[in-house]
Design a protein around this ligand. Sequence first.
Ligand SMILES: Cc1cc2nc3c(=O)[nH]c(=O)nc-3n(C[C@H](O)[C@H](O)[C@H](O)COP(=O)(O)OP(=O)(O)OC[C@H]3O[C@@H](n4cnc5c(N)ncnc54)[C@H](O)[C@@H]3O)c2cc1C
Ligand SMILES: *[C@@H]1O[C@H](CO)[C@@H](O)[C@H](O)[C@H]1NC(C)=O
Ligand SMILES: *[C@@H]1O[C@H](CO)[C@@H](O)[C@H](O)[C@H]1NC(C)=O
Length: 542
Amino acid sequence: MMPSSTSLPLTFSIILVLASLAASQPIHEKFYQCIMLNSELSIPFSTAFCTPNNASFNSILQSSAQNLRCLGSSVPKPQLIFTPLVENHVQAAVICANELGIQLRLRSGGHDYEGLSYISEMEEPFIILDLSKLRSVSVDMQDSSAWVQAGATVGELYYRISQKSKTHGFPAGLCTSLGIGGHITGGAYGTMMRKYGLGADNVIDARIVDASGRILDRESMGEDLFWAIRGGGGASFGIILAWKVRLVPVPATVTVFTVPKTLEEGATKILYKWQQVADKLDEDLFIRVIIQVVNGAKKGERTVQTSYNALFLGRIDRLLDVMEVSFPELGLTRKDCIEMSWIESVLYIAGYPSKTPPEVLLQGKSLFKNYFKAKSDFVRKPIPEDGLEGLWKRLMEEDSPLVIFNPYGGMMSKISESETPFPHRKGVIFKIQYLTLWNDDKPESEAKHMDWIRRLYNYMAAYASMLPREAYVNYRDLDLGMNKNGSSFIEASLWGTKYFKDNFIRLVKVKTKVDPDNFFRHEQSIPTLPLMNEGREKSTFH
Ligand SMILES: Cc1cc2nc3c(=O)[nH]c(=O)nc-3n(C[C@H](O)[C@H](O)[C@H](O)COP(=O)(O)OP(=O)(O)OC[C@H]3O[C@@H](n4cnc5c(N)ncnc54)[C@H](O)[C@@H]3O)c2cc1C
Ligand SMILES: *[C@@H]1O[C@H](CO)[C@@H](O)[C@H](O)[C@H]1NC(C)=O
Ligand SMILES: *[C@@H]1O[C@H](CO)[C@@H](O)[C@H](O)[C@H]1NC(C)=O
C-alpha cells in the first residue's frame, strides 16, 4: 500500500480520513488510526501501542531509560509510546506525526544523558517512537561487515561478531547496553578508538527514514546527509533504521588490567605523568583513568582513588615491554594483567563480574541506573599538579562523584576534523567526563548535585580546551544552551560549536536542505538556516 519513494498520495488520503474524525479524539487514537491506514501490515495493537492508560505504561517508559532524573513525576510524559515492529511502521509514524503536527521523540537504547529520547520539555504533546523491537544483527564475514538495526545494543553486536569470528570486533562504546541507533549518531568511542577511531568512523552505509517518510540508503541520501548522521547528534536529520558497519581485526588474545592508586600512593604525580604519555602510547594500548572518592585506610576517612583501566590488543609480554618504556611510573606487573578473548574483554571493561558468560549481552540490559548529571571537556595541555589538587578537593566535597579521563591520539589524531561532524581529533590529549550520581528523587538532592557539578565545571575551565570549550555531543548537556521557540541558529551556534566546532555550519546547511520544516527537533537539534530557506514562513522552532 505504501510506496517507499514518495508519500504524497497517502498524505492526501490521510487528510481526507482525518477530516472525518472527531476533533475531540485523543491524540493517541488519531495516531493509531493513521498508522493502521498507512502501514503495510496490520499491527498487533497490544504490543505496539501503549498509552498512559495502560498498566504497562510506566514499565515500558522506564524500560531502557538510563537517567532516573528524567523519569520523575514532574517531568512531561508522552501521550503514547509507539513501538514499531517492522521498518514500514517507522515510515507510517513519520507520516502520521507530520499530519497530526505532533512531535516524535526517537528512542533506541535510551541512554541519552538528558533523556531527550523520552521526554520533551520544549513541546507537548509528544509521542515516543521506541525502536527497541527493531534489533536484528546480521554479520557477514565475507566482507567483514554487519548490518545492525537501531534498537540493537552494542553488546548484542559485539556478541554476534564474536560468534562468527574470534579475531574481529567493532570499535564502539564500553557500556554494552547502549543502543546502536543513538550511539553512533554522536560518534561512539570505546577501548579501540586509538587503534581504529570511533564507531562513526567505521560506518559504511545506513538506512534512514527522512522527514517525509522515505527510506534512504547511502546512495539515495547522498554524501552530505551521510556525513551529517555520522556524528552530528541524534534526532536531527532522520531516523536511523540500521547501520552497516565495518568490522575490525582483533588478536585472538588481548590483555586487560585495572591498577588503582590512591592519593597516599602518589596518585597525583602518576596522573600528571599519564597526561604526558596517554595519547602517545602504542596504538594497541588504551588506558583510561577512573577517578572516585573511596574509603581511606583509616576509619571514617575518604580519599581519591585513580584507577588505570586498560585494554591492550596483544599479549602480556609485549604489554609489559610497552609499559616499561612508556609508563614505568604506574609500576604495572605481570600479576596485574589478565589475558582473555576480545569478547571477554568487552565484559571486563563494562564491569561484569569475571566468568560472566557473554550470552548476558543478549539481554541488552544495563548494569545500573542512577539519578545523574554529567558534563564533558577536552584537554589539549596537561593539567598541572596543583590543578589536579583543586579537582581532588572538589571531589571530596561531593557524595558520589565520578570523573573519567579518556585518552586520545593514535587513529583519533589521523582523521581530520571535518571528515565527520565529530571534530575532537588532533591535539586532544584526553577527554574528561564528570558525573555526579545520587539515588533519591528529592528536588533538594537534585539541586545540590547539579550545583556541585556546575561549580566543578567552572573550576575546570582553566584547564579545558578554549574557544570553543569543546564538549562531546553524546554526553548531552543542556546547561550549554538549548533551542527555544523562536530562537535562531546564531543562539544555537553557542552550544553547536562546542560539540562540532566548524562542522556546525555544515550541519546547519544539511539540516536546512533535508528537513527545512524542522520535523526532527528537540532541545539541541541542529537548527535550520532561515536565509537558505526563503519563502517559508515558519520560524526555526515552532
Ligand atoms: C551508562 C552510559 C555509558 C556510556 N558509555 C559510552 C561510551 O562508552 N562511549 C560513548 O561514545 N558514549 C557512551 N555513552 C553515551 C552514549 O553514546 C549516548 O548516550 C548515546 O546517545 C546513546 O544512544 P542510545 O540509542 O542508547 O540512546 P537514546 O536515548 O535512545 O538516543 C540518544 C539520542 O539519539 C536519538 N536517537 C535515538 N535513536 C535514534 C535513531 N534510530 N535515529 C536517529 N536518532 C536517534 C535520540 O532521540 C536521542 O536524541 C554512555 C551513556 C551512558 C548512559
Ligand atoms: C493498552 O490498552 C489497550 C486498550 O485496553 C489494549 O488493547 C492494549 O493491549 C494495551 N497495550 C499494552 C502495550 O499493554
Ligand atoms: C512560539 O511563539 C510564537 C510567537 O512568538 C507563538 O505564536 C507560538 O504559539 C509559540 N509556539 C509554541 C509551540 O509555543
